[in-house]
Design a protein around this ligand. Structure first.
Ligand SMILES: [Zn+2]
Length: 95
């Protein structure tokens, strides 16, 4: 992993889920790359990507970004950037 912000495995997950980091997004971050455990659905993937942004896990972000739109290189956020919100579930309602 690249430029990871330290986080304890039993810390609350930055995505806002009730699970601890190791049991939530952390299980997808452990083996970034082609062999990583894949999120089972889109909301889980988006939560794990949000947490990756918070922690600066650029390897995971690259691995979960479609090659047709992925930048050649990813840099972690500049020092001082803080992610303020938690992942939120938005439900689309049909008219
Ligand atoms: Zn999480």
């Amino acid at each position: 992993m690249t430029n990871m912000t330290p986080i304890q495995a039993d810390a609350p997950c930055p995505c806002g889920h009730a699970l601890r980091y190791a049991d939530c997004c952390g299980r997808f971050h452990v083996h970034a790359g082609p062999m990583h455990l894949k999120a089972p659905d889109a909301p889980t993937l988006m939560r794990s990507r949000y947490t990756a942004y918070v922690l600066g896990l650029t390897d995971y972000l690259s691995a979960t970004w479609h090659p047709s739109t992925r930048p050649a290189t990813l840099a972690p956020d500049s020092p001082g950037v803080r992610w303020l919100g938690k992942y939120k579930t938005f439900v689309l309602q049909r008219a």
